[in-house]
Unconditional design. Structure first.
Length: 169
């Protein structure tokens, strides 16, 4: 299931009530008198649908919060190391430890991408995350490492933003 904004979904409920009202009016004008119980049951069904949709939204919002909290916590533990690696020995290749740290970061990005693709991460959140990836991808060593890692097809189709000039060289 995908995240949907409740503020958009309430229009469905309003439209359902409008359809009920128009159907009741059309039947009334045609001389058909529906029992009150039937009208109440129809209105109750629409309200039940509204409640279900709202509960689904709340459940998805909680799940999104859990994902965002986990992703941010994991990123917080990596960010300092990654920034340090970018700043160190710019002309030299990454050490095995630095390479491992960036592979861990690629995996984190791929997980966020997977949940974004499944509809559990809002577009605005993914855009912000992608912009952060772009900062690292501008480093030629990260771009080269990503090019190597991409050959493993282990990242759920993630397209990590890299320095196109470096990747081509």
């Amino acid at each position: 299931m995908e995240l949907h904004h409740w503020k958009r979904t309430w229009w469905i409920v309003a439209a359902a009530f409008d359809v009920l009202l128009l159907a009741w009016l059309a039947l009334h004008l045609a001389g058909v008198r529906l029992p009150v119980e039937m009208s109440v049951a129809a209105a109750g069904a629409v309200l039940g649908l509204a409640y279900f949709i709202q509960q689904q939204h709340l459940q998805n919002a909680r799940f999104f919060k859990e994902l965002a909290t986990e992703f941010n916590a994991r990123y917080d533990t990596q960010n300092g190391k990654l920034l340090k690696h970018i700043g160190e020995d710019k002309g030299k290749p990454f050490t095995p430890e630095q390479t491992h740290d960036f592979v861990d970061y690629f995996n984190l990005c791929a997980e966020e991408w997977l949940f974004y693709k499944a509809g559990y991460i809002y577009d605005e959140v993914w855009t912000a995350w992608f912009n952060g990836m772009r900062q690292y991808g501008a480093d030629p060593r990260v771009a080269r490492l990503w090019q190597q890692e991409q050959q493993t097809a282990s990242y759920y189709g993630l397209d990590f933003p890299g320095n196109a000039d470096v990747i081509g060289s």
